[in-house]
Structures are given as structure tokens and as C-alpha cells.
Design a protein around this ligand. Structure first.
Ligand code: NDP
Length: 435
């Protein structure tokens, strides 16, 4: 801990894993005396670099770029790039650490990593975004490769940014390889990748509800965020018969009691993905909805909650409120959106709760499928990829049940996900010796 005590998010993520995995290590002789968790919390490599670029006024800007290569025991490092002013080493290390377990859970051969920059994409022109992405990749390209480290998108990094970064990588290396995932469908991208994290989150919740003989049909659903994950979680929950009544961004949330149907969601996508505007613009077109400035959506009555914005966006008091208002299922679309106090409230109430490393793993799983298609130089159909995604989410759910079922028959999905993710990586590390 002393080595990392200036990194609160990283410590939070490690503590949650340690609390569930240490008892498992104690009960299994093969891990004794191997310092396996101590090795897992130290990144194999951590890179920090200068990104200088020229803005539209001709001024030189400087940002900091990072790549955390956390663990490659079961495959090349894999994990997203985040562009957001809050990015620092602690946040990326927590994300990279979570990614190791998540990628292990997907059943695909991927190690864990994460990266990004404190660059703020808000208000930047398309040309500024391109120049930044090119400058960022001119350094990152020295550290990645399709068999070494394969980054993807995350907050602030979508199809546009992946395109600019891929273009620069290809130019510098004179080689067309699947070095990034989330690419466009005509140049190596996988169908369903944009949808995969949100869809996968809902598929996971569907599996959880099924353990109670329940489904999304007729459920009121509260979603936070309005980016990539939130949009497709909304789409799938609606397709399965749920009514999504909220979306949010860092300025507040919108509440639409009539539900955000396909037509309204298309408008959200236009606001967020094309115009790059704010969620409050929703109420200009749909005046029956209301915008609540500066607040998060957790006080709204619901059956299912899908936090899909960012880390620590749902605290203990908000969790209490959700439970009191009838919420029976929470499936994290974002990474670590619930604080430890919130998780405690969900566990106390014994409601269905899935940690992001299990329920949002559909995104990276489909990135893994993109890597397979790139290696084969083939493209699978939407239906094929969606079927594989559904099966992977079902398998992750089954792993959580296998390792997380309690004596009373209920499932602790946190313990289940942590142990299932740990076993595969730890066993690979043991087999490979002290390296
Ligand atoms: P986007 O950039 O597409 O959207 C992020 C959304 O979250 C926006 O609505 C944004 O609002 C909001 N948000 C971001 N930071 C904050 C903040 N500090 N406070 C309040 N709201 C905030 O990102 P994604 O949808 O891709 O990612 C969302 C979450 O899902 C992240 O935790 C990410 O790590 C996780 N995730 C994403 C995967 C993917 O495939 N994309 C895979 C697995 C997990 P605003 O526009 O105001 O900033």
C-alpha cells in the first residue's frame, strides 16, 4: 500500500479484489508462498510521455499521455484509451487492474492494460482532435503492436479518434495490422463492437433477472451517462421490453416518464455523437421530459439501474435511495461506478448487483472477436458476432455463479467475478515462473 498510497482509485480497486481473493488464496495451497497478488498489483510496464500539438489558434499545447501495461500472462495487453481531463496514473492503474480480471473472464486470450491522456476533447474542433490523436500515436506506436498491446476506445475515444490514431500508426509502421480495436467496419472493425458494451451489460442483467424467473419486460430502467455505453444499453433494454426513463452527462440528467424509445434515442445519438452537444438539449425536442441540472438520476423510481457514465458516480446514500424506491437489479456498464459504500448497501439489501468487470466485459470481448477476425482477415456478420457476445455474457454469468454462490443460494457476483478472473491469470503466472 505504501508504494501506491497517493493513488486512491487504484487502492479502491485493489482492496475490493483483495477482500474476496485473499480468502480464496488462503484456502488453496498452490498459491501459498508465491506472492501472486503482490505481483499482480505491480504493472509490468508503465509509460508516461509528452504529447505536444498545435491548436487552431496556432498555439502549442502540451498534454500527458500514458499506457499502463498491467499483465500479459494470458495474452497481449488489451484495454481502452481514455481522453478526459481527470485522467492520471491512479485512474489508469485502477482501470488496467480491473481490465486484467475482466479480460480473463471473457474466456478469450487477452492480458490487461489501459491508457489515455488528460486531453479534454470538449469544445475541440475536428482538426484539433486529429492533430492530438496523431501526436499521441506518434509516441504510443513505439510501445504497442497486434501481438504486444492492442488498445481500444473508452471515455472520449470513439470511432473518430480510433480512426485518426490507426491512420498514424499505419503510416509510421508501414503495416496494416489489427493494432487497435473499435475500427470502422470497412477497415477491419467488427460489426456490433460499438453496441457491445451496452448490449452486453443488458444481456448480463437479463441473465441475473432470469435466476429469479424475471426479465426486462415491463421494467422501468434508470441509465446514467449518454455516451457509447449508455446509448446501446438503452437500445437493448428497450428492445427487451424495458422502459428507460433517464440519461445523463456531467451537467445533469433528463427524466422522460414516457420512456426513451428508438426515435428519441436516435435524437440523443444525433445530439451526442454528431453535434457533440449536451443532454439538456433533449428537452427542447421533447418538452414532456424534464432536465435536472447538476444531479445524478438515482432518486428516480426504477426496477433496474444501469450506471454507464464513470467511476464513483453512485454513492452510499444514492444506493440506499435506489433500494428504497424498489430497485431490484444493478448492472454496472461503467467501470467502478459504485463506491464501496454503495456496494455495501446493495449487498445489505440482497438485491442483484453485478460489478463492471463482469457486466461490461462485452465490449472487450467483442474487441477480442475483432482481433480474431483481423488475424483471419475475415468479417463475421452482425448475427454471428451478436450470438457470440450473448454466449460470452452467459458464460461470464455462469463463472460468477460457479465461484460466487453463497450458502443461502444467492450469488455474490463480486466474489464470483474476482475469483474466476483471478484463477486463470494466477495459474498462468505460476506456470510461467517468476518473470
Ligand atoms: P463516452 O465518452 O462515450 O461517454 C461517457 C459518458 O459519461 C458521457 O455521458 C459523459 O458526460 C459521462 N461522464 C464522463 N465523465 C464524467 C464525470 N466525471 N462526471 C459525470 N459524467 C461523466 O464513454 P463510454 O460510454 O465509452 O464509457 C462510459 C463508461 O463505460 C466508462 O466508465 C468506461 O470506462 C466504461 N466502459 C466503456 C467501454 C466501451 O466499450 N466504450 C467498455 C467497458 C467499460 P460528458 O459528456 O458530460 O462528459
Amino acid at each position: 500500500k505504501s508504494r501506491n498510497n497517493h493513488e486512491p482509485e487504484f487502492l479502491q480497486a485493489v482492496q475490493e479484489v483483495a477482500e474476496t481473493v485473499i480468502p480464496y488464496i488462503v484456502n488453496h495451497d498452490i498459491y501459498h508462498g508465491k506472492n501472486i497478488l503482490l505481483r499482480m498489483v505491480e504493472p509490468e510496464r508503465q509509460i508516461s510521455f509528452r504529447v505536444s500539438w498545435v491548436d487552431d489558434k496556432g498555439e502549442i499545447q502540451v498534454n500527458r499521455g500514458y499506457r499502463i501495461q498491467m499483465n500479459s500472462a494470458i495474452g497481449p495487453y488489451k484495454g481502452g484509451l481514455r481522453f478526459h481531463p481527470s485522467v492520471n496514473a491512479s485512474i489508469l492503474k485502477f482501470l488496467a487492474f480491473e481490465q486484467v480480471f475482466k479480460n480473463s473472464l471473457t474466456t478469450l486470450p487477452m492480458g490487461g492494460g489501459k491508457g489515455g491522456s488528460d486531453f479534454d476533447p470538449k469544445g475541440k474542433s475536428d482538426n484539433e482532435i486529429m492533430r492530438f490523436c496523431h501526436a499521441f500515436m506518434s509516441e504510443l506506436c513505439k510501445h504497442i503492436g497486434h501481438n504486444t498491446d492492442v488498445p481500444a476506445g473508452d471515455i472520449g475515444v470513439g470511432g473518430r479518434e480510433i480512426g485518426y490514431m490507426f491512420g498514424m500508426y499505419k503510416k509510421l509502421k508501414n503495416s496494416f495490422t489489427g493494432v487497435l480495436t473499435g475500427k470502422g467496419a470497412t477497415w477491419g472493425g467488427s460489426l456490433i463492437r460499438p453496441e457491445a458494451t451496452g448490449y452486453g451489460d443488458v444481456y448480463f442483467a437479463q441473465n441475473m433477472l432470469a435466476t429469479k424467473g424475471d426479465s426486462f419486460e415491463g421494467k422501468t430502467v434508470v441509465v446514467s451517462g449518454s455516451g457509447n455505453v449508455a446509448q446501446y444499453a438503452t437500445e437493448k433494454a428497450t428492445q427487451l421490453g424495458g422502459k428507460v426513463v433517464t440519461l445523463s452527462d456531467s451537467s445533469g440528467y433528463i427524466y422522460d416518464a414516457e420512456g426513451i424509445n428508438a426515435e428519441k434515442l436516435a435524437h440523443v445519438m444525433e445530439i451526442k455523437n454528431v453535434r457533440r452537444g449536451r443532454i439538456n438539449e433533449y428537452v427542447e425536442k421533447y418538452p414532456n421530459a424534464k432536465f435536472v441540472a447538476g444531479e445524478r438520476p438515482w432518486s428516480v423510481n426504477c426496477d433496474v439501474a444501469l450506471p454507464c457514465a464513470t467511476q464513483n458516480e453512485l454513492n452510499g446514500d444514492e444506493a440506499k435511495l435506489l433500494v428504497k424506491n424498489g430497485c431490484i437489479c444493478v448492472a454496472e456498464g461503467a467501470n467502478m461506478p459504485s463506491t464501496p459504500e454503495a456496494i455495501h448497501e446493495f449487498q445489505k439489501a440482497n438485491i442483484l448487483f453485478a460489478p463492471g468487470k463482469a457486466s461490461n466485459a462485452g465490449g472487450v470481448a467483442t474487441s477480442g472477436l475483432e482481433m480474431s477476425q483481423n488475424s483471419l482477415r475475415l468479417s463475421w456478420t452482425r448475427e454471428e458476432v451478436d450470438e457470440k457476445l450473448k454466449q460470452i455474457m452467459k458464460d461470464i454469468h455462469a463463472s460468477c455463479v460457479q465461484y460466487g454462490t453463497k450458502e443461502d443460494g444467492s450469488v455474490d457476483y463480486i466474489t464470483g467475478a474476482n475469483i474466476a478472473g483471478f484463477v486463470k491469470v494466477a495459474d498462468a503466472m505460476l506456470a510461467q515462473g517468476v518473470v
